[in-house]
Design a protein around this ligand. Structure first.
Ligand SMILES: [Zn+2]
Length: 190
């Protein structure tokens, strides 16, 4: 069986926040399909039934999607919630984290993704900042290079408010100003 809009091979794989891959239901159609990662359209009338049939250990989606779906889902995920944040946008707040805990009683792991689903930064099981992908930059927060408690090396953004991004050139506003003012000023023609 084939669909007119099939899963595309160039889509990035869904990245798990824990060492052992677990079955995950992903509410974003950005990721490569696998036996362990199923896409469920959160707008589908039978979305809750699809989740129940797959029996995921992890749910992954945007904060608003996860909170809207929670009352319809009969069984919470056994291991955790992955919350997608847009690169350059606002990071998951403590208020959002508390709301997720109230809804699912499962730990939340933030993942910063691009519009195409590429992973810019992620929260590990140590919950100590966001690990930065190669080429990702974090602004207005400390960046540490010390070994994380999860055992992984590499840069981490500590307590960021703004989600790390791959493209710092467009993340900051810029103002074009003339570099030189003519010494012989001329009146502007009208
Ligand atoms: Zn870590």
């Amino acid at each position: 069986m084939s669909f007119w809009f099939p899963w595309r091979d160039h889509r990035p794989p869904f990245v798990y926040p824990v060492a052992t891959p677990l079955r995950a239901v992903v509410f974003e159609p950005l990721f490569r399909k696998s036996v362990r990662a199923a896409f469920v359209d959160p707008a589908a009338p039978d979305a809750a039934a699809q989740v129940r049939r797959f029996g995921p250990a992890v749910l992954a989606g945007r904060l608003s999607t996860l909170l809207e779906l929670a009352p319809r889902l009969e069984t919470p995920p056994t291991h955790g919630i992955v919350v997608f944040t847009a690169e350059g946008g606002r990071c998951l707040s403590e208020v959002g984290r508390d709301a997720l805990w109230d809804a699912y009683q499962a730990p939340a792991f933030e993942q910063v993704i691009t519009a195409e689903g590429a992973l810019a930064a992620w929260e590990c099981e140590a919950h100590d900042g966001l690990h930065l992908a190669p080429g990702a930059v974090a602004t207005r927060c400390a960046v540490e290079d010390a070994l994380c408690a999860c055992g992984k090396a590499g840069r981490r953004a500590i307590d960021p408010r703004i989600a790390p991004s791959f493209n710092p050139g467009t993340a900051l506003p810029s103002l074009l100003v003339p570099t030189r003012i003519e010494s012989e000023a001329r009146p502007i023609a009208t």
